[in-house]
Design a protein around this ligand. Structure first.
Ligand code: ADP
Ligand code: ASP
Ligand code: MG
Length: 439
């Protein structure tokens, strides 16, 4: 059985949905198809939710009406028969009735999650109506029946696997299933989600849960590129990446993949393929256990980083200092990305300001604490790059005009990370494209 996930742009237009139907019916291999919301929908739902949280019901209502008009138009080109249009419109009516009802209830975090779930619920139900019209035998599998996260907001693979296996067993005559990406239930049984871009994570979790032959992530580009194509002009698709390399690129900003979506596939050794819905014949990127070749593969950038520097003469020759520092971050469940130390100072980076004030307050007894926001981590990723000749020289030669705030090298055989002020991101990515990749 294989998993095929289609992102927002791959289902964002009626003709794209038709194309998806063709791609999933090309062969008879049993499949679970994971769909995102139509492109733009989750952003619109976030705006609606934010407006409600800010007590701006008028703005929320306007956005809801705009979105509904978009869906009504979408249906006209998605399906042709009167019966199918009626069914698709009934789906849209049901979900927009919900959105209109929430205008009247007081906002809460649980409600926010319910609002955000509407996109994937609608896209999959509308796609199912289209498949039915096209005479494609399939079953809609509600993600809320099997996808769950625990109290720490972590998906529990064994629980998901048990539930999904049971559901597949109950439907053993079906060989095409469609389900929602992104949405899940939390430990309280409420609707929740796997964070923005989380449909990739759903796909990888589903693939691992059923031990799929392959997890295909279909998107709007022909694979993982060596650099961010939104920022840099000349970029190339990479043919093969190891799980470790792909995980580092996803974590350090390559938007094509959700930051943590590689681990389930890696754990169960299910290969992942990144493919282009608009150009299905392109090779794409294969992500698997073996990295195949040594050397630098790609660079990615992660924005919105905060650097925290703790300076203290008490650190000199002291032990236990770092432990105390780390305990503060542990207490606030804030992961550290980069770290550098000297005899009298330690610098760390975090990517969330949620608990920044509290963290700084608790660090202050240890020494002088400074925090700098709007920093960017630039990560060069590859296989055994530490041993690759000249890579450091080429890297630092290419960015010699940019002040580098921190460097992390040697912690992993796959990664060299630099911290620069966010305003230098574009220059740095372009310079590395030329100096390191020769593009
Ligand atoms: P989907 O809606 O299919 O999930 P995303 O927008 O989440 O698609 O991811 C695809 C986009 O990721 C591409 O259109 C591209 O602009 C962006 N991207 C950022 N970095 C990279 C990279 N290194 N390689 C490929 N795409 C990248
Ligand atoms: N629809 C969700 C989002 O836009 C999940 C996804 O597309 O992966 O973040
Ligand atoms: Mg995505």
């Amino acid at each position: 059985m294989k998993v095929m996930k289609f992102g927002g742009t791959s289902v964002g237009k009626p003709e794209r949905m038709h194309q998806v139907a063709q791609l999933i019916t090309k062969d008879n291999e049993p499949k679970i198809v994971v769909l995102s919301a139509l492109s733009g929908t989750t952003n619109a739902l976030v705006t609606i939710s934010d407006s409600l949280a800010a007590h701006n019901r008028e703005a929320a209502k306007q956005k809801i009406d705009e979105l509904e008009a978009h869906y009504r138009n979408f249906i006209l080109d998605l399906v042709k028969t009167e019966e199918a249009r009626k069914k698709a419109n009934a789906v849209v009516t049901e979900h927009f009735e919900f959105l209109n009802i929430i205008l009247k209830i007081s906002f809460s975090e649980a409600l926010n999650k319910d609002i955000l779930a509407q996109g994937e619920l609608m896209s999959t139900k509308m796609f199912s109506v289209y498949l039915e019209e096209a005479g494609v035998n399939h079953k809609l599998l509600p993600a809320l029946d099997f996808m769950s996260i625990d109290v720490n907001e972590e998906p529990q693979l064994s629980v998901i696997s048990a539930k999904l296996t049971q559901l597949l067993k109950q439907n053993s005559s079906i060989n095409l299933f469609v389900t929602q990406g992104y949405i899940c239930r939390n430990s309280r049984g409420e609707v929740d989600n796997l964070k923005r871009g989380g449909s990739d994570y759903t796909a990888s979790l589903v693939a691992a849960a059923i031990n799929a032959t392959i997890c295909e992530i279909w998107t709007d580009i022909d694979g993982m590129h060596n650099n961010d194509p939104r920022v840099v002009d000349k970029t190339n698709a990479i043919e093969v990446l190891s799980f470790d390399e792909a995980a580092e690129l996803a974590y350090f900003g390559a938007k094509i993949l959700h930051p943590t979506c590689i681990w389930p596939a890696q754990q169960t050794k299910v290969p992942v393929k990144l493919l282009n819905t608009m150009q299905p014949e392109a090779k794409g990127t294969t992500i698997e256990e073996d990295a195949h070749s040594k050397g630098v593969k790609a660079v990615a950038a992660k924005d919105g980083i905060i650097a925290i520097n703790i300076k203290s003469s008490r650190m000199l020759l002291a032990y236990g200092f770092l432990r105390k520092v780390f305990e503060v971050f542990e207490k606030y469940r804030t992961p550290i990305d980069m770290i550098t130390t000297s005899e009298v100072a330690v610098s760390v980076t975090i990517d969330s300001n949620t608990h920044l004030d509290a963290i700084i307050k608790e660090l202050e007894p240890f020494g002088t604490v400074e925090a700098e926001t709007d920093q960017t981590i630039v990560s060069i990723v590859g296989n055994e790059i530490a041993e690759t000749q000249d890579v450091l020289k080429k890297l630092f030669d290419s960015i010699k005009d940019v002040p580098v705030r921190m460097v992390s090298y040697g912690g992993s055989r796959h990664n060299i990370s630099l911290l620069v002020d966010g305003k230098f991101k574009k220059d740095v990515l372009q310079a590395i494209n030329k100096g390191v990749f020769g593009l």
